[in-house]
Design a protein. Structure first.
Length: 207
């Protein structure tokens, strides 16, 4: 979904994230003290844009609203979120989220939880809004650190808005990262190979 998604589309779809249904069962935990911060992607490591360069925003504490279409913090027993937004001069944007958990087992459960939410996101969008058609695609796993999974999501509204997003979840030890790229268009406009490279880089940089 485009980072500059139209307000009317957000209104129609927000409840999809609130009805995700899956809840982690790991013990509750607060912020986890860190000896080192996970490194984030740089602008140059995003899929190349044909006509515009990427700009990277600052690394910011908290969950990213740009991921709220498919993901949420509901039922997640950690609050140690940080994110970084990226954008071009045109209608293309991206975001990376990192979550540091208490243990590797907790991170493994969280990575599966978020991948499941992305996998079921298209169905939940259509269930929440009769004005939106959504389709998800599975682009497979990547052999980086403890692994990553790449998926695609296309949405089209009854008023003609069409958006394509690529999303991935990866893990290294007790840290999970989610990467999202989005713009107006459909699956034909998705730079899958370049996004897989971006995902591999993101996971490799976690520690």
């Amino acid at each position: 979904m485009s980072m500059r998604i139209r307000t009317s589309t957000v209104t129609a779809l927000t409840c999809a994230a609130l009805t995700a249904g899956a809840v982690l069962t790991a013990p509750a935990a607060g912020a986890v003290p860190r000896t080192a911060e996970p490194a984030f992607l740089s602008a140059s490591q995003l899929p190349p844009h044909p006509t515009s360069s990427w700009t990277a925003g600052p690394v910011t504490d908290g969950f990213s609203d740009e991921l709220g279409l498919c993901l949420s913090t509901e039922g997640v027993p950690v609050n140690d979120y940080r994110h970084r937004r990226f954008w071009t001069d045109l209608d293309t944007g991206a975001v990376q989220l990192t979550v540091v958990t208490g243990t590797a087992a907790q991170a493994k459960a969280l990575a599966k939880h978020y991948d499941d939410l992305i996998r079921t996101c298209a169905d939940r969008i259509e269930e929440s809004s009769a004005d939106v058609e959504a389709e998800g695609r599975d682009y497979g796993t990547l052999p980086v650190e403890e692994g990553a999974h790449v998926r695609g999501l296309h949405t089209e509204t009854s008023w003609g808005a069409t958006d394509i997003a690529l999303l991935s979840v990866g893990r290294d030890g007790r840290t999970v990262t989610v990467v999202k790229w989005g713009q107006m268009g459909d699956f034909r406009n998705a730079p899958v190979a370049a996004f897989k490279k971006t995902t591999s880089t993101a996971v490799a940089k976690l520690y």
